[in-house]
Ligand binder design. Sequence first.
Ligand SMILES: *Cc1c(COP(=O)(O)O)cnc(C)c1O
Length: 218
Amino acid sequence: MISDNVAQLLSELPQGVQLVAAAKGRHPEEVLEAVEAGITVVGENYVREAREAYQLVGSRARWHFIGTLQKHTVRRNVLQIFDMIETVDSFAIASEIDRKCALIGKTMPVLIEVNSGREAQKSGVLPEDVEPLIRQTVDLGNVRVMGLMTMGPYSADREDSRPFFAETRRIYDMIKSLYLPNVEMRYLSMGMTDSYRVAVEEGANIVRIGTGIFGERN
Ligand SMILES: *Cc1c(COP(=O)(O)O)cnc(C)c1O
């Protein structure tokens, strides 16, 4: 079933849209099955789950961190696993990643998470704070901003997500047009199982899909 879902999604998504398998709560064996079916990028919310899945799957996939980051979770072994961190939302986190990556000689590609719905309890930076934050990070030699990520407010109606995706796309294009040094706006990560089609219409080139690949979470 996992392999059918992956095949279906891969055939449906337009060229140039990267499918990230959002693996929270799944067994490493399920993650491996998805990778064997053609998934090239795994998204992990939790470090412990990432480590377990990584032990089984290793470099057969690339690894994106898509969970909530706290300063103390930015550890050396975490930075060794991940190829991209999609959820940077403060200068404190960016500079901690920079500092720890310098110690292991790595430059970490990161996305800035945008709180496009301006929700009080949501992580991410407010739309008007994206540019100032990115300008602050240009001097961090071991962090490279490569785009934006957003969740958008949850709604049962996927069309409700469209304005939040469109707003994030607008900020993405605006930052791109600034040609900031050490910033390469290449990735726009938006859309999950219920909303990825709308997200792709609004310009996403990374979609993060969990349920649509692995089935309902228990
Ligand atoms: C869980 C999760 C997803 C995938 O959600 P589904 O609705 O299961 O597709 C995508 N992005 C993030 C950040 C997540 O935590």
